[in-house]
Design a protein. Structure first.
Length: 396
C-alpha cells in the first residue's frame, strides 16, 4: 500500500478545520477529485470527504458544530456541508450490494478499503488524512497517476456492468488525465458499448458534454469511434463530422475561444436540421440547447462574412458557433454589442399608416436594410422610413 503526503493551501482553510473537528480526524478522509487534482498540481474545484459516520450522525455532529448542512443524497449517504469557503460533500463509507448497470443498491461500510473498492478508477480512490495529509492508496492509483493512466479498479468488465456510464467516464477521464492507454479498459469499453443504450439519455448527454468540453477531446472521440462506442451514443456522427470537430478545436485555439461542449457537439451533428432535432430529442437536451444545436446545423458558408448580422438575428452565442464552425474569424464580434433597432411600429402609425400588417411589413423592410448596411444610426433609419413612406404615397 503506497503512501505519499498531500500538500495544498486548501488543506489549511479554517472552515475545513472546523469540519474536521466536528467529524473527527480519524473518522474522515479527503477523497476523490480533490486529492487526485492536488497531486497533479491542478486547481481543486470541489472537495469531497468520506466518513465512518452514518448520515444522521453526520447531520447531528455538523449541527452541534454550528455548520449548516443539506441532505443532498441521503439514500446514498451523502450530506453537503455548507462551508464559508464552498460546499463539501460528505459521504458515509459504502459498499455495493447489487447493481443493474443503471443504479446501485449500497450498504454502509466500516472500512476504507471497502469504500475504495466500489469506486470506478484507481486515481479516484485516493484517501488523504485531514491532519497529516498522508495519502492512502489501495489499488495502485498513485502509480497510475504518475503514468497518466486511467485504469478501472479490479475487473474492468465488472466495474462497467455495475454502472454502464463508466464507459463514457473512462473516456472523459482518459481525455483529461491520460497519456498512456490501458488496453484492458479500452477492450472492456468496446465489448460493453451496447450497454450504454440502457442508460437514461440525460446521463449520457451530461457525460458527453463534459467530455467534449475538455481542451482537446478529438483524439479520444476518434478512438471512441474506432472502438464502436461513439456509434452507440451518436450513430449519425461519422468520419466527416470527426474532421469538423478537429477543425473546430483548431479554430477555437487560433481565436482564443474557450471550449464549449455544446458547440463541439454541434460539430459532430450533420448539417441537416431534422437530424439535429432527432439528436437533441434523443439526448433530452434542454429547449435552449435544442434550439442552439438546430440553429448551428443550419450554418452557411458566408456566415463569417455576415457575422454581425447573424449575431443580431440569432444571438451572439450562435453567431460565434457558426462562424467558428465554418472556419471564420470572430474578430468582428469581439467587444461588439448587438444593437437595438432604433425604430418602433408606433412611430410608423404616427406617420399615418394604419396599425396592422402594413406597419409590420414596413418595419421589417427597413430593418433588413439597416442590418445589410451594417447597423447605421437612427438618422439613417428615419431617412429610410421617409423614403418608404414616399414610395407608398406615390404608389397609391
Amino acid at each position: 500500500m503506497a503512501e505519499t503526503k498531500l500538500e495544498a493551501d486548501w488543506l489549511h482553510r479554517e472552515d475545513l478545520a472546523m469540519l474536521v473537528d466536528a467529524l473527527g480526524a480519524e473518522d474522515m478522509r479527503w477523497v476523490g477529485g480533490s486529492v487526485r487534482d492536488t497531486l497533479l498540481g491542478i486547481e481543486v474545484a470541489d472537495i469531497d470527504a468520506a466518513t465512518m459516520h452514518e448520515p444522521q450522525e453526520v447531520i447531528r455532529r455538523l449541527k452541534e458544530a454550528g455548520i449548516r448542512s443539506v441532505p443532498t443524497g441521503l439514500d446514498h449517504g451523502t450530506i453537503t456541508a455548507l462551508m464559508p469557503g464552498g460546499p463539501v460533500e460528505i459521504t458515509t463509507l459504502r459498499k455495493d450490494v447489487s447493481t443493474d448497470g443503471r443504479r446501485a443498491t449500497v450498504a454502509f461500510a466500516s472500512n476504507w478499503r471497502d469504500d475504495a473498492a466500489r469506486r470506478d478508477f484507481t486515481i479516484n480512490a485516493l484517501y488523504a488524512h485531514p491532519v497529516t495529509g498522508l495519502v492512502t492508496d489501495y489499488f495502485g492509483g498513485l502509480e497510475d497517476l504518475a503514468a497518466r493512466r486511467v485504469r478501472f479498479i479490479g475487473n474492468a468488465h465488472e466495474r462497467i456492468r455495475e454502472d454502464h456510464l463508466r464507459i463514457l467516464r473512462y473516456f472523459r477521464f482518459q481525455a483529461r488525465f491520460g497519456s498512456q492507454l490501458d488496453e484492458i479498459a479500452e477492450q472492456a469499453c468496446s465489448e460493453l458499448a451496447e450497454t450504454l443504450k440502457g442508460l437514461s439519455r440525460e446521463r449520457v448527454a451530461k457525460e458527453l458534454l463534459l467530455l467534449l468540453g475538455l481542451p482537446d477531446p478529438h483524439s479520444t472521440v476518434a478512438r471512441m469511434r474506432k472502438l464502436g462506442v461513439m456509434q452507440v451514443v451518436m450513430p449519425e456522427s461519422g468520419a466527416h463530422e470527426l474532421d469538423v470537430l478537429e477543425r473546430l478545436i483548431a479554430r477555437e485555439k487560433a481565436e482564443r475561444v474557450k471550449p464549449d461542449g455544446l458547440r463541439r457537439l454541434a460539430a459532430m451533428v450533420p448539417t441537416v436540421p431534422p437530424v439535429a432535432e432527432t439528436i437533441a430529442s434523443r439526448l433530452r437536451l434542454s429547449r435552449a440547447q435544442r434550439e442552439r444545436l438546430v440553429s448551428v446545423s443550419k450554418r452557411m458558408a458566408d456566415d463569417a462574412e455576415n457575422a454581425r448580422a447573424l449575431a443580431y438575428r440569432k444571438g451572439m452565442e450562435i453567431a460565434v458557433d457558426r462562424v467558428l464552425l465554418v472556419g471564420g474569424s470572430i474578430e468582428k464580434l469581439r467587444g461588439w454589442e448587438v444593437p437595438t433597432f432604433p425604430l418602433k411600429g408606433g412611430e410608423i402609425v404616427q406617420r399615418g399608416v394604419s396599425a396592422g400588417p402594413e406597419v409590420a411589413r414596413i418595419l421589417q423592410g427597413i430593418q433588413n436594410i439597416w442590418v445589410a448596411e451594417g447597423f447605421p444610426d437612427r438618422v439613417r433609419v428615419l431617412s429610410l422610413l421617409d423614403e418608404e413612406l414616399e414610395r407608398r404615397e406615390q404608389a397609391s
